[in-house]
Design a protein around this ligand. Structure first.
Ligand SMILES: [Mg+2]
Length: 229
């Protein structure tokens, strides 16, 4: 029964604040920089291939993304890319680290209503420093009882998180925009999952199937959770 929920964890990127559009914008600029070598959509595919190849080495986040861009630039240009071009890639990506935080609709209001009634956790993937900076700029820090910046969101990572929180799966609800990372592993452990779709999703996180599960709820926006609980 969902009455057992005591701890609610929130994903950060594209759940509390906007993220993927910034990455897509950065990728678009990158593809434009390399269009003398390959059509833009092919550069984009090459970049994705590099990201997938390196995911287990670099993990998620902006820094890994930058390294993948440089590797892709070198390969796509057949090692002829100039240092000037590499400089441009670095400058554009550093911009990505400085983007303003844009909270998604209903976020502060929802957290406000849940605070005190539940233990609230931020559980996000990405680069440690970048995510800490985003949280600080978001102004949401005080709502959370615990912050967990995770290197991945697989079943074993959630198992570790629950152990650290001293929380049983049936007392745990995870909310996020990625079915693959935020929902499925938590359901597998016996926890609850609430999906809040965002209008753009990174190819890697896309999940096509309709999910039906007794512990799963599909929400239109974050404040929908207030009616579910
Ligand atoms: Mg997310």
């Amino acid at each position: 029964m969902k009455d057992s929920i005591k701890t609610i964890a929130f994903d950060g990127d594209d759940t509390l604040w906007m993220n993927e559009p910034y990455f897509q914008e950065a990728e678009k600029q990158f593809c434009e920089l390399l269009e003398n070598y390959l059509p833009q959509h092919s550069v984009s595919q090459e970049l994705f291939n590099t990201e997938m190849k390196n995911l287990s080495l670099y993990g998620y986040g902006v820094k890994g993304f930058m390294l993948c861009m440089m590797e892709t630039a070198s390969r796509v240009s057949n090692r002829t890319a100039s240092l000037e071009l590499i400089d441009k890639i670095i400058a554009n990506r550093q911009e990505l680290l400085q983007k303003p935080i844009e909270l998604l609709q209903g976020v502060p209001r929802t957290l406000e209503q849940l605070k005190g009634r539940f233990r609230l956790i931020l559980a996000t993937k990405g680069d440690l420093l970048d995510q800490e900076r985003k949280l600080q700029r978001s102004g949401l820090e005080d709502y959370f009882d615990h912050i967990e910046i995770m290197s991945d969101k697989k079943v074993s990572d959630y198992q570790k998180l629950l152990k650290n929180l001293d929380c049983r799966p049936e007392n745990f609800l995870m909310l996020g925009n990625s079915i693959k990372s935020d929902i499925l592993p938590v359901l597998e452990l016996g926890g609850y999952g609430g999906h809040i779709p965002y209008h753009v999703t990174w190819t890697y996180e896309q999940h096509e199937h309709n999910l039906k599960h007794v512990n799963f709820v599909e929400l239109k926006s974050i404040d929908g959770i207030l009616n579910y609980l």
